[in-house]
Design a protein around this ligand. Sequence first.
Ligand code: NDP
Length: 501
Amino acid sequence: MVMTAHVKPLTDFTARDFRMLIDGAWTEGAGNVIERVAPGHGVTVSRYPAGTKADAGRAIAAARHAFDDGSWPRMTGAERSNILLKAADIIAARADDLAFLDCIESGKPISQAKGELAGAADIWRYAAALARDLHGESYNTLGQGTLGVVLREAIGVVSIITPWNFPFLIVSQKLPFALAAGCTAVVKPSELTSGSTLVLGEILIEAGVPAGVVNILTGTGPEVGSVMTTHPDVDMVSFTGSTGVGRLTMANAAQTLKKVSLELGGKNPQIVFPEADLDAFVDAAVFGAYFNAGECCNAGSRLILHRSIAGEVTARIAELSKKVKVGDPLDPATQVGAIITPQHLEKIGGYVDGAAKAGASVALGGAALDLGLGQFMAPTILSGVTPDMAVAREEVFGPVLSVLTFETTDEAVRIANAIDYGLSAGVWSRDFDTCLTIGRRVRAGTVWMNTFMDGASELPFGGYRQSGLGRELGRHAVEDYTETKTFNMHIGARTGWWMQR
Ligand code: NDP
């Protein structure tokens, strides 16, 4: 049995009514209202306007005007940097309120939401530093008569579309870098978790971001997001979400050849050799599987264990999994919170049933948990999984761990790469050569060695194959939001080949 605690009803709580931010003004829009029911508490916690295509058009026009005629792209890097630093300070000061919103709207544990807010504030500071370092190149080697200068210019209006699983953190992996470059933006958070992104709008106004530079729309992807990805006045789309909608986003953006940055799904392997520090690994396996209830693109959802240790290690992971605290997202002791929607809980259950029918064994959990309110899933371990099963190839996005086994290094690499995704991977061995060999051969954007899911603002993040296009974070993150312009300059008397002078 896993450790569970019943959910306390939300008392002394009034649902919050939010508005959208278009051209510096808060608006209710012309559409209906979206009600967000807290996944861990079963009551309405937020209401947002259901933005329309017309609202999206107005937001894009405001961003276009702010880019073409406004002050933001024309400020010095230092001026933009100072505003981003101020925003970071306000984010840190309002972190508790933002974390509370992310916690009740997404169902993630409050302690984790606070950690994400601290990470997000750090990213805003990092982007502020990069704003002052954006620079191009010069070529003084092209001959006596030529000087070449390569400029970096802000790309223009950026549509930013984010998912529900890390609401504030993911918008922070995009927006501050776009702003650092001098871009203007239209942002659409998930309709399930829009609250903290709307509060970010208040923060940016207070920090001094001019009207129209950041516009925040609420509403559904098909209504609002489709305009954001097709409108000719948008120059770039930065999207995080599922691979299916990512593919659609790319096709939409192709109509006007927009630049596209995509952070998509993952089915991340952790490959474990017998000589690994198994105490450390067991801990990381449990964290990697159940962090954010497994609703995480980076979840270590696929263990590939050396056959000689598979039985013992699976049993140890199952024992530790029983100690994971599943319960009220607002309880500071909770480690696994609620599942985002009842429909998603059903989808997770479907994967578990499908794996059992295909021959896998349920070593732990396997069913939903009734904690009195909301929807929860038991930490689940499936052993005897084979690479052909859906649970080994597709993103379950729930607290479900699949255990596969290998005999040789070649076989481990083959299993690890036998999927469409390539976001991240882990390798566990005390042998340095083994770690580096696996690190080179696994096709993934991040490879953790003897650790899992650590991150830093300095380290680029993104996927190979159908896990995405482009990288976020890291020192080149601002460049992603720029165009390159070449100045080819002539010095001295001109010579022409087409006529004699
Ligand atoms: P979705 O792809 O369903 O949605 C992501 C965003 O796209 C939402 O804001 C959604 O709006 C919007 N959207 C939906 N349809 C369209 C459309 N036709 N045009 C434009 N935008 C649209 O993903 P989820 O929100 O379900 O998030 C989970 C997914 O995100 C997982 O696959 C996960 O792996 C991935 N992810 C990837 C990360 C990475 O960095 N690689 C990080 C975190 C998550 P709405 O839902 O409001 O209608």
